[in-house]
Design a protein around this ligand. Structure first.
Ligand SMILES: [Zn+2]
Length: 77
């Protein structure tokens, strides 16, 4: 069975988590970025701003695994 994307991590939201929020910690390599969690687009922005304020590092968003798999090499069936 394919792994579901999951729900937004915002309490009471229930929307599909379409974005993963990650934040890097200042002074640490980017590979050690903290995975804040998966959220819907609207909450990802809110959580991202909050996480950046808390950690002070770089903030970025990533597509969840399901979307990443769907966006694989082009031109192949
Ligand atoms: Zn949400």
């Amino acid at each position: 069975m394919p792994q579901p994307v999951g729900e937004c991590g915002w309490s009471g939201c229930g929307a599909p988590a379409r974005v993963e929020v990650l934040v890097s910690v200042p002074g640490e390599p980017p590979g050690l970025a903290l995975r804040v969690g998966g959220y819907c687009v609207g909450h990802a922005v809110i959580v991202g701003i909050d996480a950046q304020a808390r950690y002070g590092g770089g903030l970025w968003y990533a597509a969840p695994l399901l979307n990443r798999a769907r966006g694989g090499p082009a031109g192949r069936n």
